[in-house]
Ligand binder design. Sequence first.
Ligand code: IVH
Length: 670
Amino acid sequence: MIDSIAHRIRELITEIRQHDYNYHVLDAPTIGDSQYDQLMRELKQLELEHPDLVDPNSPTQRVGAKPDSGFEEVTHRVPMLSLDNLFDLDEFRQFVERIKDRLSQTDTPQMTAEPKLDGLALSIRYEQGHLVLATTRGDGQTGENVTQNVRTIRSIPLTLKGSHYPEVLEVRGEVIMKKADFAAMNQRLSEASEKVFVNPRNAAAGSLRQLDPSIVSTRPLSFYAYGLGEVSEPLGDTHTEVMDALKQLGIPVNPGLVTGEAEAIETAYHSLIAERDALPYEIDGMVVKVDSIALQNALGFVARAPRFASAWKFPAQEASTRLLAIDLQVGRTGAITPVARLEPIFVGGVTVSNATLHNFDEVSRLDVRPGDQVMVRRAGDVIPQIIKVIAEERPDIAKPIAIPTACPVCQSPVERADGEAVIRCSGGLICQAQRLEHLKHFVSRKAMDIDGVGERLLEILIEKEWVITPADLYRLTADSLEGLDRMGVKSAQNVIDAITTSKQTTFARFLYALGIRDVGEATARTLAATFGSLDRLIQASHEDLMEVDDVGPVVASHIRSFFEIDRHRSVIQELIDLGIQWPDGAVSALQNGPDLSGQTWVLTGTLESMTRDEASEQLRALGAKVSGSVSAKTNVLVAGPGAGSKLTKAESLGVDIIDEAALIALLSEL
Ligand code: IVH
């Protein structure tokens, strides 16, 4: 009985260690948290019932007793050194040259690059495979014994994995707190009205030096190895091999190790800067090392740093400069963004002279004024941002800027939806800044459906100023298009034909094509069905509009302000004069055809005489709602050849099923 319990305990320990390894070292867990907790609970229970069977290195034995006094001092058998810094590409190249000179080599030796984790150095000593000592770096010669605290770090194995390891193995690495863990921990601390930490590095250092291991066990610390201290036998001939060997032994190693020649290291540096913000932990540079251990030993040390390795630091991400002006930029969708013009400053590795201010709420939150001295941050490839104003340096002349009331490009009034931070130009159809976006929308499939007029052609037409408003599209001739963007006679004619065909449209499509803010396809259809004619819609009051299904106060005011702009009404008139027309009113369709209002229809499979979009449009004109999936609420399923799961589902739910012929018969009643 006891034997089988002892066996089960060993089994659980092995299994839990494997899961710890999968999670912390391989970053590839194979079970979920609750299954893991279940295993831990079973182990704890068995150990509680059989205290004599508790293994001191069981995963349940991470939290030990609090030391009576502070941490004991320990002298490192092999000193813990620091690294010299490199600040730019020249310095890196000089570092490589120095290495070549010292080794009297002409070729660059194989090198490695890895992130320089921003935490604190730790040495962990294993004897006969068991963790026996963990020490901080201290002054490099003597550190503090933090073994009890380090045992609580879940990613550090208490026992090495496998059966072959050096009798003495000192692993050197960095204790860090990941960004997300840091944020969650600070949140918890602040909810408990406790002191929060300023950054992940301080949080890791403060936690590791906390005297009570039971508190440390609640701090989400991580560890990644980057080297060795004392070892009784070598783990490999190169740094890369050593890191692989440590990984095999269950130790999490510094991720992102790159091995290659100097050029590959330079590339790795730039990639790492670009990745920096997306990484789960904070890094402050890249550590470069000579890969071969023999060459490392040949190179030796100067003072307190090795000659074979250096820390290639990242450019500072923050710097202060003067804000010269706040300009207004109108985006492709009409959003008006305040943009900061800066006295040029070198930050994040580039010279920055503009920064985004996002919106006017941000301008008032920062209380930023032209003339201010500001702190600029440029992280990774992210657009530079102003993070704060240096209040003490504000000149007397710095006055706040006013929120604009008119678009700086087309002078149309600006609008701001309730609760939205963004202000927008309301002159969609006529605003030069929005021209391309608007025209793309106008020609799109669900709007005027002008096949053949794509983004590229629109860009050319806009650049040549042949097309300023959508009406200009209908003034183009095949002759003028010929030769544009390698267009031949035939394709020029095809474009003109497509434009001509689009003149026969529906009121709903036309309304949608106008690009009134928040008037999507569905709203356009409802508006078309309700008002029946453009004149009636233009004359509709705010109250009339609010009566329409799906139209609330915001949409109603967008519609009103759109039609209030004279230029919008004149472009619409031009379009109509150029021949755009639609059958008179979905209203009459509703009166003549079958009334499908309140019904939900679904289309599946292929239709031969029309596209699914066309069929949907006609069904909607009759009042039906067309949905993409079959449910108990579906009234009719139209099934063409190739119908699959929707058909099966409709059959099982007893939904009416008709084919294309029946659909055509129904629609021809119109
Ligand atoms: S190698 C002989 N590799 O940076 C010293 N150090 O400024 C070997 N650090 O004390 C250090 N990430 O705490 C090395 N990938 C990495 C590192 C790294 C962070 C820290 C380490 C060291 C300090 C030196």
